[in-house]
Design a protein around this ligand. Structure first.
Ligand SMILES: [Zn+2]
Length: 467
């Protein structure tokens, strides 16, 4: 099918330009100046013309951090690959990269196969995988090379969650050495989990079981310390490092210092750290459980630090860490004991919209919005230039965005399969009107017209931002 998107302002990471976009089949065939003879000739041949007057035409969002159907503490996150990718599409995200998990005592192969089985034939948008390595040993280190050859080019390790995903510094160093040889990027959950567990046990012994103590037992200093340690380990091993869900100024300062020295260190933050705070964790009764994630929400003053980091590229990416657990029955597992509250906040649907508020409020430019939500994740995760850019030859993953519309976020209207919204009642500027995934319209007039299974697995290349 040939589709012409006309009258809009194309926004790439390089900036906005008024242009018409021609889509042929799954890819972008060309761009032409609005009203030019070329654009007019395309109009005559197009099977469909989409009017984008007054709207932005941006590359589909890439959410590099989601957890669909993820087991955690005896339950699992409630979005399936079908419901989660559909919700993502509603919000203008056309690619997710989810985390396949190697369990302790099992192989990477087994974990990766399990995640392929969950996702295969169910996704509304394209998807890739990172691999969580939770059992570093001789055979899993060797397996890392095989997995890279299958297009899974990033591995996540944990300095947190002793007994579950936790790796020692020695194990982390070995995985980093393997990555420095096979070209993969190491992703790190940087919190000092051993020290945190001591504070958690002490708090519970004092009878401090409310959700707010989740935050108080995971101090920002422990995130800063772990981030520092991860950076030194990566420097010694010579591997690229990507700090996931950075939430604290203490951690940002470590990343900033490493980047100033020219190290291949990158970091993402998430919308919850830019819009929510420890005051939400301290909400009355058990409400705070809705906001339990790790690292925890920080004091509101941190928001300004994180926006600054996004402006200066010390924070390169915004991902969601989408990990939805229902308030009823799931979050409630931690009534009276915050350490049993499943960790995670739903967000895959609202990332593009929430970060657009930064544009509306003057925190970042329009081009930077596209860069941190699409172009940089595409480069960093080996998807560029198929993804992350509106340009001839790229996949026709396109979002038409109305900057003047307003919407109110609510569990009663969102499409994620979860019974609450962390942003309930928040009115925001801007909204997705139309979404194309590889040349097929999947969201139209705010309705889903796509198909489960049309999304394909993406074999990713290596990190394209290394210096
Ligand atoms: Zn995560």
């Amino acid at each position: 099918m040939t589709i012409l998107i006309t009258g809009g302002t194309v926004v790439n990471a390089s900036g906005p330009i008024p242009a018409d976009v021609l889509v042929e089949g799954e890819t972008i065939a060309g761009m032409a100046a609005r009203g030019s003879s070329v654009a007019e000739s395309w109009r005559a041949g197009a099977e469909r013309v989409i009017d984008a007057a007054g709207a932005y035409v941006v590359p589909g969002g890439i959410d590099g951090h989601t957890h669909m159907e993820m087991p955690f503490g005896g339950t699992h996150s409630v979005d399936t690959f079908e419901t989660g990718t559909r919700a993502a599409a509603f919000g203008g995200t056309t690619t997710i990269i989810d985390f396949a998990i190697q369990s302790k005592g099992r192989s990477l192969r087994e974990g990766l196969d399990a995640w392929h089985a969950k996702a295969d034939g169910r996704c509304a948008i394209d998807y890739g995988f990172h691999m969580i390595v939770s059992d570093v040993n001789e055979s899993s280190l060797k397996e890392m090379d095989l997995v890279v050859d299958e297009g899974v080019t990033s591995f996540k390790l944990f300095m947190a969650y002793p007994g579950v995903f936790y790796s020692t510094d020695g194990e982390i160093l070995q995985a980093m050495q393997q990555a420095s040889n096979n070209g993969a990027t190491i992703m790190m959950h940087a919190e000092n989990g051993i020290a945190i567990d001591v504070l958690v046990a002490q708090a519970l012994a004092r009878g401090e079981g409310d959700p707010k103590f989740h935050g108080l037992t995971r101090p920002a200093l422990f995130e800063g310390e772990a981030t520092h340690r991860a950076i030194q380990l990566a420097r010694v091993a010579g591997s690229p490092l990507y700090i996931v869900h950075l939430s604290a100024a203490e951690a940002l300062n470590e990343v900033l210092g490493a980047r100033d020295r020219g190290a291949n260190v990158f970091a993402e933050t998430c919308p919850q750290y830019l819009f929510l705070s420890d005051a939400d964790l301290a909400r009355e009764g058990f409400e705070g459980a809705k906001f339990v994630c790790s690292p925890p929400l920080r004091p509101e003053v941190t928001h300004a630090d994180l926006w600054r980091g996004l402006r200066t590229d010390d924070l390169s990416v915004v991902s969601t860490d989408h990990c939805p657990f229902c308030f009823k029955e799931q979050k409630e597992l931690g009534l009276g004991d915050f350490s049993k509250i499943p960790n995670g906040i739903p967000g895959v649907e609202h990332r593009m919209d929430l970060i657009f508020q930064g544009v509306d409020q003057g925190e970042i430019s329009l081009a930077r919005w596209v860069e941190v939500t699409s172009t940089t994740p595409a480069r960093l995760f080996g998807l560029f230039p198929k993804k992350g850019v509106v340009a001839p030859g790229a996949d026709a993953d396109l979002v038409i965005y109305d900057p003047e519309a307003t919407q109110t976020l609510s569990a009663s209207t969102h499409h994620m399969n979860v019974d609450y919204s962390a942003y309930e009642g928040m009115t925001i500027k801007g909204r997705v009107t139309t979404v194309l995934s590889r040349g097929v319209v999947i969201i139209e007039q705010e309705a889903y017209v796509g198909r489960a299974g049309s999304g394909r697995f993406l074999e990713r290349g290596l990190n394209g931002l290394l210096r």
